[in-house]
Design a protein around this ligand. Sequence first.
Ligand code: GLU
Length: 468
Amino acid sequence: MSDAPRYRFAPSPTGFFHVGGARTALYNWALALRTGGTFVLRVEDTDESRNSPEWTQGIIDALSWLGIDSKSPRFEGPYFQSQNAELHVAAALRLFDAGNAYWCDLTPDQIQARAKETGKQGYDGYSRDRGLTGGPGQVLRFRVPAGKTIVTDLVRGDVEFANDTIEDFVLLRSNGSPMFLLANVVDDIEMKITNVVRAEEHLPNTPKQQMLWEALGHAAPIWAHVPVLVNEQRKKLSKRRDKVALEQYREEGILPDAMINYLMTLGWAPAGDTEIVPWSRIVDEFRLEDVNHSPAFFDIKKLASFNGDYIRAMTLEAFIEASAPVLAASQAWPSDRFNAQVFAQAAPLVQTRVVTLSEVPAMVDFLFLADPAIDEDAWTKTMSADFAREVLTDFATSVATSEWNHDSLKAILETWTEAHGLKLGKTQAPIRVAVTGRTVGPPLFESIEILGRDETIRRLNSGIARLG
Ligand code: GLU
């Protein structure tokens, strides 16, 4: 058991939970589950100016929504990086004692002036052999050894870095606080992490981190840097430009199972000819070695289509239950007019016609509004037919005494339509607009059946009156 892999997810709580972070978390979770390993959650909360407890809670909620269960024996944490500052500093001082780090008192301006002089970029190692012993205004820098660093990465293969392209980076700032790179490595060592699976943007940091692991006396973990997510224009998903917050998709009625399944297919596919597979199969089959190393297109339309498939695969009860919060939050009707039993009757009609749960209220609002607003374009288009008044009037008369079920209602309109040499598609339209206010929605006769006789006739009559 002791050599079971230890994965980790190490988000910084600086904003909404990004879909890219969600994918990274799921990769780590799937791997921990399959290998009988552990998923460690470490919140990297050392940037005080950008952190907030609200974002930390957002991370915990998002992970739980993604099925990353904090009560599972595979889950460990959350740990908070800010609580380990002493360990970070102690590790830095050990590096100094061993000669792997040195103090430097150059200011940024002095570094720049030297760079200009030597024609080289960045810090040139000026203080390497000056024997400074620390004190106000001094930073602690890592002494980057000569040679090269090869990062062995399960997604990228071997990536080679020439050490002379890496400057002696700072470990402790002049106020004594640890830098992110150091804190991240010390925490990983402390938490006995064996596998680091994270976003590709951290690859340039990895040779530095690998040197730190080694200088601190440990073999580097197994690395895997997963490709970035891009938008339709192949640009990296950005907070400002794109919809990246997991919370937003959740609020719009994307189901967690659909989101999980979709995120796992970005740059990877399960065996067989469908990408829609249960989580258990993903856990069995997912391998980092199979992840494509080009950027993956986060396709909102494809996510919606996955979601539609997941909605249709739900039991009716599950669909009704999943719709409940969306309906409760809907402003489409006065809340006291909502009727759960009426919704339950309409639910089978709705379930097959929506791709996200957020579309549900607009499909059923006509059932809960005293007078649904009439869409003006729909009205003009359908009521300009020369038979509009006649079909509304005759239908209202016939349904007043007919049997009340959708087959009988349909038969009435079919008979009328045939007698007038028309098509049902045409004659339904004015009725639908008079009754629901729109040209689109669930099947008409089923909708009318649920709405009930009196209300249907009332709406048909007010449509006739509106015709003038
Ligand atoms: N805290 C870093 C981030 O959110 C992650 C660093 C890592 O995974 O090593 O980008």
